[in-house]
Design a protein. Structure first.
Length: 238
C-alpha cells in the first residue's frame, strides 16, 4: 500500500524504498545478499587478511565450486598468485571458507591496490526448502576492491543501454572497463522496480534487466527515458 504523495514528508531516512515507491540501492543490495547461497569476502584493510566464504540458507548440504579472478579497472586480467578456483561442500544453514590469503603479499610492491579488483563467483546445485524433488543451480557473484572506492583508479566503463520491445528487457553493456555499482533509473510517470540493479559488470560483459510495472501513466513511453550510470559518473564534474 502506498500513501498519497501529498500526505508524505520527504526527508532523510534509513528506509530502502523511496516515498514514491522506487527501490533504493539498499533494497537491491538486500535482495542480492539474501539469495539462498552467496559468496562473500571479508577483508581487513589494516592487516591485509582476506577470507572468502560461501554461505547457504538451504536445509540440506550442497556442493559446488568457486572461482577467483583479479582484474585492473580497465578489465585486464592480473597475474596474482592465488587460487583461481576451489571446490566446496557447505552444510545446511552453514558457511564454509573457500579462500584465505594475505592481500598485501598477493599484490606485493608491483601491484597498486587502487587498480585491482577481485571477482568471486560461486555455483552450486541444490533444492529449496520443501522442494526435495526439484533441484536448481544457484549462482552468486561478488566483487572486492583492494582499496577504498574513493581512492580507486576508476575508468570510464563505456556503459551502453538498449531496450528490446520483443523481450521487454533492458541490456546493459560495459565496453571499456569494469563498471562498479551500475544503476538504472526510470523517469516520472511510472511506478515499479527493476529485477536487478546496483550491480557490477566486467569489461565486455552485458546483463539483461527486466522491469515490473505496477502503474504507468506514460503509455509505455517511460522506457525511452531510462538512463544508466555507474560509480564512474560520480567522479565527473557537473
Amino acid at each position: 500500500m502506498y500513501w498519497q504523495l501529498e500526505d508524505q514528508w520527504v526527508a532523510p531516512t534509513w528506509s530502502s524504498i523511496e516515498y514514491d515507491g522506487r527501490w533504493k540501492v539498499l533494497h537491491y543490495a538486500a535482495k542480492h545478499v539474501y539469495e539462498p547461497i552467496i559468496i562473500a569476502p571479508y577483508f581487513n584493510y589494516t592487516t591485509g587478511d582476506l577470507s572468502v566464504w560461501v554461505t547457504s540458507d538451504l536445509w540440506q548440504p550442497v556442493s559446488g565450486s568457486a572461482t577467483f579472478e583479479w582484474y585492473d579497472w580497465s578489465g585486464n586480467r592480473l597475474d596474482v598468485d592465488t587460487s583461481s578456483s576451489a571446490n566446496f561442500t557447505v552444510g545446511a544453514i552453514n558457511s564454509t571458507l573457500v579462500l584465505q590469503a594475505d592481500q598485501k603479499a598477493l599484490l606485493g610492491a608491483l601491484r597498486d591496490p587502487r587498480n585491482a579488483v577481485l571477482r568471486m563467483t560461486s555455483t552450486a546445485t541444490g533444492s529449496l526448502p520443501n522442494t526435495k524433488n526439484s533441484t536448481r543451480t544457484f549462482r552468486h557473484e561478488a566483487w572486492l576492491h583492494a582499496s577504498p572506492l574513493k581512492d580507486a583508479a576508476l575508468v570510464d566503463p563505456g556503459l551502453q543501454l538498449e531496450y528490446s520491445n520483443q523481450t521487454q528487457t533492458f541490456t546493459v553493456r560495459a565496453t571499456k572497463g569494469v563498471a562498479a555499482w551500475v544503476w538504472l533509473e526510470h523517469g516520472p510517470g511510472v511506478l515499479g522496480n527493476f529485477n536487478g540493479n546496483a550491480f557490477w559488470l566486467g569489461k565486455d560483459e552485458e546483463k539483461e534487466i527486466g522491469f515490473r510495472v505496477k502503474s504507468d501513466e506514460t503509455d509505455g513511453r517511460w522506457v525511452e527515458e531510462v538512463t544508466v550510470q555507474s560509480l564512474w559518473n560520480m567522479t565527473l564534474s557537473e
